[in-house]
Design a protein around this ligand. Structure first.
Ligand code: PLP
Length: 389
């Protein structure tokens, strides 16, 4: 048997007629940038997330960068995030001239360890006379935190929301892997990923739970001013044709044809997330008692399983054995950001963030996509059990 890591063809086969029709309409209309298709998808995605506004942009990376810029992040600021994420999380604010400070992760959920966030804020930061939070060692303003809802499950947002409110820092959620994941707030409301901070950033890279047929992303927010600002920034700071209000604008617009594809696929997102959850339950059943650490879903959260990640202490021979039997796996991510060549200037060596480093050594992402079959999961789990044994 061959088990692909992701099978995008199956989801597009399901929608082939509608997607082809959308492409034909785009050719007929020949209006490719902005316009009613983008607005229509933005409204549908805002509604899906339970947010007041969604702004379509060209990628998840653009979504993060524009949200941070619109939230007032400026050169020299400190932005807090985790080391085990995709590089774009950190790239987005590095390119604004802001500097990262990393908070290690919880070993069970792979998300930000909120106790470590609290310790950093309490011990390493202090307010200046104007009440601005600054890092004691550098004097830099601590401006924002980016919780990454990794693998499809929200970081523990209640303590993050409480700390951000107490210290006056912005929250921009990296929801690029968590379309539709739910979280129960301390007031009892259950809300979706991306709607808890000042803004949430989504990627529609093809393999994501909601994927375009190319590059795309979105920002969601309940903040009317941020909505306006991001709309300006994504299109050259342009208020009306050839009238530019901001010099910080970029070209990060969402293509009309991608918006049309995304709106078609959005109608299937809740069902496809349920298929992923069903596949995760199959893995859970088939891998119970294997001794491997399986995904954990704390009370008050739902996991939409963008990725199904297990820990395998003796990873490389196990992956090789799986590959030789047709089971394709991946690593998210093999090198934590603080150990990447790109961020060597931070001078953070091995041992700086032990849980992120241990995760990078042990994690394996198993095949996961909405159309994976019971047989494919059973086969993968059986081969994994044999390889580990
Ligand atoms: C956690 C995370 N952040 C940011 C991004 C960047 O999104 P994009 O590839 O659409 O720019 C991705 C997706 O690749 C991601 O997984």
């Amino acid at each position: 048997m061959n088990v692909p890591f992701v099978d995008l063809r199956a989801q597009h086969d399901e929608l082939r007629a509608e997607l082809e029709q959308a492409f034909r309409s785009a050719l007929d209309e020949s209006a490719f940038i902005g316009g009613p298709r983008v607005t229509s998808f933005e409204e549908a995605f805002a509604q899906f997330c339970g947010a007041d506004h969604a702004i379509g942009v060209a990628s998840g990376t653009d979504a993060l960068e524009l949200a941070l810029r619109a939230a007032g992040i400026v050169p020299g600021d400190i932005v807090l995030t985790v080391p085990n994420t995709f590089i774009a999380t950190v790239e987005s604010f590095h390119q604004l001239g802001a500097q990262p400070r990393f908070i290690d992760i919880e070993p069970a959920t792979y998300n930000m360890d909120t106790a470590k966030l609290a310790t950093y804020l309490a011990e390493q930061c202090a307010r200046d006379r104007a009440g601005v939070l600054r890092e004691k060692a550098s004097g830099a303003r601590v401006a924002a935190v980016i919780p990454v809802h990794l693998y499809g499950m929200c970081a523990d947002m209640n303590p993050i929301l409480a700390q951000a409110a107490e210290y006056g820092i912005e929250i921009i959620e990296d929801a690029c892997q968590a379309h539709g994941a739910e979280y129960q707030l301390s007031d009892g409301r259950t809300v979706k990923a991306g709607t808890m901070g000042r803004a949430g950033a989504f990627s529609f890279y093809p393999g994501k739970n909601l994927g375009a047929l190319g590059e795309a992303g979105a920002i969601v927010t309940n903040d009317a001013a941020l909505n306006e600002e991001v709309r300006l920034l994504r299109a050259h700071g342009e208020r009306e044709r050839y009238v530019h209000d901001s010099p910080d604008g970029v070209n990060a617009r969402l293509d009309a044809v991608q918006a049309a594809f995304l709106e078609i696929k959005l109608k299937r997102l809740a069902d496809w997330n349920a298929c992923r959850q069903r596949a995760a339950a199959w893995y859970q059943e088939d891998l119970a008692g294997s001794g491997l650490q399986l995904p954990v879903v704390p009370a008050g959260r739902t996991h939409v399983f963008h990725l199904y990640v297990v820990r395998v202490p003796n990873r490389e021979p196990v992956r090789a054995a799986l590959a030789s039997q047709g089971v394709n796996t991946a690593l998210h991510y093999p090198i934590p950001i603080h150990l990447q060549q790109a961020f060597r200037y931070l001078e953070l060596g091995v041992g700086s963030f032990p849980e992120s480093e241990r995760a990078a050594r042990e994690i394996v992402s198993l095949p996961m996509f909405p159309h994976i079959t019971r047989e494919q999961v059973a086969y993968t789990a059986a081969r994994l059990r044999e390889a580990v044994a």
